[in-house]
Design a protein around this ligand. Structure first.
Ligand code: PEP
Ligand code: MN
Length: 337
């Protein structure tokens, strides 16, 4: 870390500060400039506690960490892009991967029809919520284990790997038994015990951005997955809370190039939760691909107006087919297969 001192300090104060830096486990190097004294302190900065201790010293003007708190997710630790192989679908490689399916699994007919439909349009992974994080307890909560079984059935029929949300630590083993990828939802993005439980199943983890989460907080949440021996982490931007009301959330597409720069983990865009509007999904997907997103997570329902959750944002199978066609030139221009 770099510690910049205020212009006026006594030699005695400097000695006391150096002693404190050593006590915290760092090796200090003093650099005296004309106007300022700067101390370079070498040591492990992953815990930010010692930085805060030093910031509290009255002679200290600023403390700047060199190491990032999110060490394992950072590109510094792993310069090449990470790829995640899910039943031979590679996320984070040259191919743009589209994951599609209903917000919630509602019935056998609905999920099987959707799975066949999205597959024939070019989707590579089937999505569907079995345990749903609903704002109100009176709304449809998902089919639970029955929904997981239906997803497994759809996978068996179509060969598409499945992604579904893990809502609770208690369900980690159960959901991992059926799902190929565990989705951690926006409402649980900083539920660290859940992140650890998800990581420990060994299944790849798609970590949504929290409703009001800064990117540094999101990266640190991802660190909980990688630091628990699970290399299959991907980040999914799904819109954040802003003052805007035209859209359900504000989809932060700037997160794509920022994340691609900060981390080696694949980046996914969810334009469905991201806008809450089916009519905006195509444009957002094109933008996401142009920005360099590795994958898209799109809600598709055979009859969106009757959907038990998120009906306004789900695409019909026909609209999804059209999306996949329109995306092709954008994917090509972005160097994707
Ligand atoms: C979803 O994917 O249906 C969902 C509930 O996502 P989020 O956690 O992003 O709201
Ligand atoms: Mn949804």
């Amino acid at each position: 870390m770099i510690i910049v001192l205020k212009p006026k300090h006594t030699p005695k104060e400097l000695t006391a500060l150096l002693k404190e830096i050593k006590r915290l486990g760092y090796k200090p190097h003093v650099m005296r400039g004309v106007a300022r004294t700067v101390i370079g302190a070498i040591g492990d900065e992953r815990s930010h506690q010692s930085l805060d201790v030093l910031r509290a010293w009255s002679q200290v003007e600023s403390v700047t960490p060199i190491q990032k708190r999110h060490k394992l997710v950072s590109r510094e630790a792993h310069p090449q892009n990470s790829t995640i192989n899910v039943r031979n679908v590679v996320i984070g490689g040259p191919e743009l991967v589209v994951m599609a399916g209903p917000c919630s699994v509602e019935s056998e007919k609905q999920i099987i029809e959707t799975a066949h439909g999205v597959k024939s349009a070019g989707a590579k992974i089937l999505r569907g919520g079995a345990f749903k994080p609903r704002t109100s307890p009176y709304e449809f909560q998902g089919l639970g284990e029955k929904g997981l079984k239906l997803l497994a059935k759809a996978r068996k029929e179509t060969g598409l790997p499945v992604i579904t949300e893990l809502l609770s630590e208690d369900h980690a083993e159960l959901v991992a038994e059926y799902a190929d990828i565990l989705q951690i939802g926006a409402r649980n993005a900083q539920n660290f015990q859940l992140l650890i439980a998800a990581a420990k199943t060994g299944r790849p983890v798609l970590l949504k951005r929290g409703l009001s989460m800064r990117i540094d907080e999101w990266l640190s949440a991802g660190e909980y997955v990688l630091s628990n021996d699970n290399a299959g982490l991907m980040f999914c931007e799904r819109g954040i809370r802003t003052f805007e009301t035209y859209t359900r959330n504000t989809l932060d597409l700037s997160a794509v190039p920022i994340l691609k720069n900060e981390t080696h983990c694949p980046v996914v865009i969810d334009p469905s939760q991201g806008t809450g509007r089916a009519d905006l999904v195509v444009a957002m997907c094109k933008g996401a691909v142009a920005m360099g997103a590795d994958a898209l997570l799109v809600e598709v329902h055979p009859d969106p107006k009757t959907a038990k959750s998120d009906s306004a944002q789900q695409l019909s199978l026909g609209a999804f087919g059209q999306l996949m066609k329109e995306l092709q030139p954008f994917a090509q221009a972005a160097g994707r297969l």
